[in-house]
Write a new protein. Sequence first.
Length: 318
Amino acid sequence: MSTEGGTRAVVAALLANTGIAITKFVAAGISGSASMLAEAVHSVADAGNQVLLLVGGRRARRAADATHPFGYGRERYVYAFVVAIILFSVGGMFSLYDGFLKLQEHDGLELPWIPLAVLAVAIVLESLSLRTALREAKKSRGTVSLVSFIRRAKQPELPVIVLEDLAALTGLVFAFLGIGLSLLTGNVVWDAVATIAIGVLLVTVAVLLGIETKSLLVGEGANPDDDRRIRAAFEGHRNVEAIIHMKTLYLGPDELMVAAKVAVPKTTKATEIAKAINEIEVAVREAVPVARVIYIEPDIYVASSNTSTDAIVIQSHD
């Protein structure tokens, strides 16, 4: 995913949620609908989350320094994790509280056509925001399914926005059904039930986001396809007999670190090794462009025969 594409999706969602939140608060105040109030708070939480994603993206672009020699790229993961916490606490828990409160009070709705009209407009606007997020995600995920993209993406912005927009659109439908059924039946319990459903939805999405971003915060390596391409770049060089071990780690969404110990022929000269390392680095970056930090340790190996198993044992001269 390009940073530009992610930023475009975040800005589109921010503008939509800000306008929708204001309208929802007005409609909630007029009608007294609990589900409309829950949706208003949800939109405020979403707008705040989008601001956090933009701030995280900006701070992650800071240059590396002595304190953070590998840069600040992983700040994007930190802010994405904060988004999950806010969605859980502000959006989900408030909706659950307000829904259970509405079940106890049974206050009637006033002018229910107002929140229904607002929700109809909000559904249209949220659909447009979701379409933008899905279009940008499509550019990045290619043929990968949306579920796999959300689970495996190293760039947090688009998966967060896609999940938020899906939750927002589903929540709007819940609210519309709740108010509509309350209007048809004269029973405001449906409005309260819709509010609780919105809360459960937001908590579920927040937990999913938290799990995925936690994994990124702890540190993830290259995906299997990139790992194979990196290994092929190493093994394709004439002076590499074998990869002894290799580890990868994302320093940020757009920066992968590769560290490897490779076996080279015993007769290889130091100048040849230096040249080989430079050539391997070029090959790795061509295969996986985000592999920007590469450390290669050459080693000499002696093959010895194991008489009991007739296997070849590789011994390192560490």
